[in-house]
Design a protein around this ligand. Structure first.
Ligand SMILES: NC(=O)c1ccc[n+]([C@@H]2O[C@H](COP(=O)([O-])OP(=O)(O)OC[C@H]3O[C@@H](n4cnc5c(N)ncnc54)[C@H](OP(=O)(O)O)[C@@H]3O)[C@@H](O)[C@H]2O)c1
Length: 378
């Protein structure tokens, strides 16, 4: 039987890394993973075009990160949208620009994979998806965590295999220490007008972990969830967010936090607890889990001094997920497959889930007192 060739998609990359200013890191990570030669690739990826604020920066980006690719380099994003050879535009600008970049690409009929958060608030996300629906083009938020095989297997273990019994609680924290006072005024970590704040940058992952761990069918019952949140600000920038999530139907709780005041804990970026055990997820940070450990529990009458009926944690079994690169290829492959099959929405990160997570963050910001200019627009 003939094997079918994986589909080929041609990417237009919006924004470049500036090695001197240390900006645009995410775009370089994304293309470095795109050009990895993988025998298990579900799609073949071509870097067709690169758009930047400057041609010089664009050429430097291609030389540094694009491997053997020889893309067209443009000194304006609009030229990428106009390039007839580009299939999907990858948007890696600061979040405050995502909405306009998406709308501009959609208007030219381009499919879009846009970095998280898709927009600054849920209202803007709805506007982007409405435009995509009307124009009939594919748009997805690049929430790469949801595409990882580790996440798929972890959820199967929790909900199908019931390895830890009934889940009742999950924790997730994402911390990256930022020296905000000494960052340039133009930094997106410092400027509210560029979307500065720990929640939209980091907390979006903590919330996603809680959803993935606590919801058997994510998003199927959005009204089930209530949230109590607090935020702390430094010189007008939100630097720490904490929220308690509670599901009315099951009583499950999520404790989700983010901060730019200190680094997170790579030994445990999420913890899920059930009636028969717990799971700890490890990796450099919550967007990049690399393994998890399942701890059973048992009642041990032999544990010194603890006495009958004390439940202890058993020895953990570790599951490792080594892969090429950083793991952006999982989302790139899935995006390509969705795109060639004519879908408008990602099969992994649906429009309704992106909107729901934005709504959760809107609510936390409303309780915590963080407003962006985008919230004030008519
Ligand atoms: N998936 C992940 O794990 C992950 C990780 C990091 C960031 N992100 C997301 O990716 C997006 C970009 O993050 P980043 O850290 O790469 O951003 P960044 O370092 O601030 O750089 C963004 C790039 O955007 C362009 N840009 C356009 N207007 C700009 C302006 N007014 N100020 C600064 N840059 C401007 C610049 O490229 P040109 O000069 O070439 O146009 C710049 O190099 C954010 O939304 C963030 O949430 C995702």
């Amino acid at each position: 039987m003939a094997t079918r060739e994986p589909p080929t998609v041609r990417w237009g990359i919006i924004v470049c890394t500036d090695a001197m200013e240390a900006t645009g890191r995410i775009s370089s990570w994304f293309v470095e993973d795109l050009v990895i030669n993988r025998s298990d690739a579900k799609a073949s990826h071509i870097i067709q075009a690169v758009g930047s604020s400057s041609l010089e920066k664009g050429n430097d980006f291609v030389a540094r990160y694009c491997g053997k690719s020889n893309p067209s380099v443009y000194g304006a994003y609009s030229q990428v949208y106009d390039d007839p050879d580009v299939d999907i535009v990858y948007i890696g600008t600061p979040h405050a620009f995502h909405k306009q970049n998406c709308l501009d690409a959609i208007a030219k009929g381009k499919a879009v994979l846009c970095e998280k958060p898709l927009t600054m608030n849920a209202r803007d996300a709805r506007e982007v998806f409405d435009a995509a629906r009307e124009r009939g083009v594919y748009v997805a938020e690049a929430m790469w965590l949801r595409h990882r095989p580790l996440v798929h297997d972890l959820r199967k273990l929790i909900y199908k295999d019931k390895r830890i019994g009934e889940v009742f609680r999950a924790f997730s924290d994402f911390g990256v220490e930022m020296d905000i006072p000494n960052l340039p005024e133009t930094s997106r970590y410092k400027q509210p007008s560029l979307g500065a704040g720990s929640l939209l940058d980091l907390g979006i992952y903590s919330i996603t972990w809680a959803i993935l761990a606590l919801e058997e069918e994510p998003g199927s019952n959005p009204d089930d969830l209530t949230l109590n949140g607090v935020q702390t600000h430094w010189h007008g920038v939100e630097v720490t967010s904490s929220a308690l999530l509670r599901y009315a139907s099951t009583g499950r709780q999520g404790i989700v936090t983010s901060t730019t005041m200190t680094n997170g804990n790579p030994d445990m970026l999420a913890r899920v607890q059930g009636t028969h055990g717990s799971i700890e997820v490890h990796g450099p940070f919550p967007a990049r889990p690399t393994s998890f450990t399942v701890f059973p529990k048992f009642t041990d009458t032999l544990v010194d001094g603890l006495g009958d009926g004390v439940v202890v944690r058993g020895e953990g079994i570790k599951f490792d997920y080594p892969h090429a690169g950083r793991g952006f290829h999982f989302e790139a492959d899935n995006t390509a497959v969705d795109y060639v099959s004519g879908k408008l929405e990602s099969s992994i990160v649906s429009w309704s889930e992106t909107i729901r997570v934005m709504e959760i963050m809107d609510e936390l910001r409303s309780q915590g007192g963080t407003k962006y200019s985008q919230d004030l627009d008519a």
